[in-house]
Design a protein around this ligand. Structure first.
Ligand code: ATP
Length: 383
C-alpha cells in the first residue's frame, strides 16, 4: 500500500525581523505515520508545528495540505489539533465538557457527542472520569484528557509539542507506549516534538533531526542511529566517540595515527572524514590484542553496564560501555570490529583538499605515504 501524502513544506522559511528561524525547509508527511521533530531547544521544532497549525505564516515558500497551498488559511479552517506540554485544558469545565468542547462547536448532536466523548475517554484509559474536575486530576491524567479533547475533533493531523516533558520518567514511558498505540489504532498522522532522543527513537516511524532552523537528517530511527550523516547528528543521537580521519583508500581508514580496516568504499583517496565509534561497539581486551592502547581514566556504574573513559596515547578520550568493571589506571587494549566503524564525509572544500595534499608533497620528511594521512586538517577541531 502506498501512503498518501498529506502535508508538504516546499522551501519554507520563517524570519522574525532579522533572525531566520527556519531556513528553506522541505518536508513531506504521509498519512498514518508517526513523525518526530527532534532537536535542541531553539532549533525551530515548535515553529514548524505553528506553521502547520496556522498560528504562524511562512515568510517564504509554501505549506501544502491535501494538495492545496494553505499559507494564509486561518487556523480554525485546518483539520489540525495540537496537544501542548502544559495541557491547556479549560479549568472551569469537567472532563466531559473539555472533551465535548470541539464537537459542540461543530454543533454535533448531544447523542453523537456523548458517544464520541465515551470513545475518546476509553482510548486514553479514562472511562468513568467524565464528571471529574480538572484540578482533581494528576498531570498524567490531565494530559490524557488533553489528548482525548484534541482527538475528539477528528483531526487529520495531530501535533504534539513536548506533551510528555512535564511528566516523571516512568509515566512518560507508559504514555509513550499508549500514544503510539492510539496513533496506530486511529491511523492519524502524528507530529511529535521532543528534544529527547531516546523518546524519538522509541516512538517514531520517521524522525526529522533539526538544528539551527535546518533539517540535518531525516530517516527511520535505525537510519538516524546507525548512519548519522554529520557530526551534529552523531553527537546528538546516542553517545558517540568522534575523531577526525582520512579515508586512505577503499576499505582503509586512518585515524589516531593508525590504519584500520573498514567496510566503507567509494570515496576519493585521502578524503577527509569523521569516524564514529559507538561506546557499546567498543570492547576492552589485553594491551597486546587491542587495536589501540588506552589507560582507564574513569568508570561509572549505570545499572546494566559500566561506562568507562579511557585515554589513548594521543590523549583522545574514548567512552566505552562494558558489562564488567575495569581498574582505574590500568593499561588495556581497545578493540572494535571493522563494521562498527562508521565513516562520515567531512565537507572539505576543493581548495582545502588540494592544499592539504600539496602540503604532504612539500613535506620532505615523510617517506612512508601513510605519514601524509597523519596530517588531519585542523578543521576537525570540534572541541
Ligand atoms: N515570536 C518570536 N519572535 C522572535 N523569535 C522567536 C519567536 N518565536 C520563536 N522565536 C525564536 O525562534 C527560534 C526557534 O524557536 P522554536 O520555539 O521553534 O524552537 P524549539 O526547537 O521548539 O525549541 P524549544 O524546545 O525550546 O521550544 C528560537 O531561537 C526562538 O527564540
Amino acid at each position: 500500500m502506498t501512503a498518501e501524502k498529506i502535508l508538504e513544506f516546499k522551501q519554507v522559511a520563517l524570519a522574525f525581523g532579522e533572525t531566520e528561524v527556519l531556513k528553506n525547509i522541505d518536508l513531506t508527511l504521509d498519512s498514518g505515520q508517526f513523525y518526530t521533530l527532534l532537536g535542541p531547544s531553539g532549533s525551530g521544532k515548535s515553529t514548524i508545528l505553528k506553521l502547520i497549525s496556522g498560528q504562524l505564516q511562512p515568510s517564504g515558500g509554501e505549506v501544502v495540505f491535501d494538495g492545496k497551498v494553505i499559507n494564509d488559511q486561518p487556523a480554525e479552517k485546518r483539520r489540525v489539533n495540537t496537544v501542548f506540554q502544559n495541557y491547556s485544558l479549560f479549568p472551569n469545565m469537567n472532563v466531559y465538557d473539555n472533551v465535548a468542547f470541539g464537537p459542540r462547536l461543530k454543533k454535533m448532536s448531544e447523542t453523537v457527542i456523548e458517544e464520541k466523548v465515551k470513545e475518546m475517554l476509553s482510548l486514553v484509559k479514562l472511562s468513568g472520569y467524565e464528571n471529574r474536575e480538572i484540578n482533581e486530576l494528576s498531570g498524567g491524567q490531565q494530559q490524557r484528557v488533553a489528548i482525548a479533547r484534541a482527538l475528539a475533533n477528528d483531526p487529520e493531523l495531530l501535533l504534539l509539542d513536548e506533551p510528555l516533558s512535564a511528566l516523571d520518567y516512568k509515566l512518560r514511558k507508559v504514555l509513550q507506549t499508549e500514544l503510539r498505540t492510539i496513533q496506530r489504532r486511529l491511523g492519524i498522522t502524528f507530529v511529535f516534538v521532543t528534544h529527547d532522543q531516546e523518546e524519538a527513537l522509541a516512538m517514531s516511524d520517521w524522525i526529522f533531526v533539526m538544528n539551527d532552523g535546518v533539517i540535518q537528517q531525516q530517516g527511520t530511527p535505525e537510519d538516524i542511529y546507525d548512519e548519522p550523516v554529520n557530526h551534529f547528528v552523531a553527537d546528538f543521537i546516542g553517545e558517540s566517540n568522534i575523531v577526525p580521519g582520512i579515508m586512505k583508500d577503499d576499505y582503509l581508514v586512518h585515524f589516531v595515527g593508525k590504519d584500520f580496516e573498514s567496510v566503507d568504499a567509494g570515496m576519493r583517496p585521502n578524503e577527509a572524514v569523521e569516524v564514529v565509534l559507538r561506546p557499546e561497539d567498543l570492547d576492552l581486551t589485553t594491551p597486546e590484542e587491542g587495536k589501540l592502547s588506552v589507560t582507564i581514566k574513569n568508570q561509572s556504574f549505570r545499572g546494566d553496564y559500566y561506562e568507562i573513559m579511557a585515554q589513548d596515547d594521543d590523549l583522545n578520550l574514548w567512552q566505552v560501555q562494558v558489562t564488567n568493571p575495569a581498574e582505574i589506571g590500568a593499561r588495556v587494549g581497545l578493540t572494535f570490529d571493522p563494521e562498527d566503524i562508521h565513516i562520515m564525509r567531512y565537507n572539505e572544500s576543493e581548495e582545502d583538499f588540494d592544499a592539504r595534499l600539496e602540503a604532504y608533497e612539500d613535506d620532505e620528511t615523510p617517506t612512508d605515504p601513510s605519514d601524509s594521512a597523519d596530517k588531519v586538517p585542523e578543521v576537525f577541531d570540534h572541541e
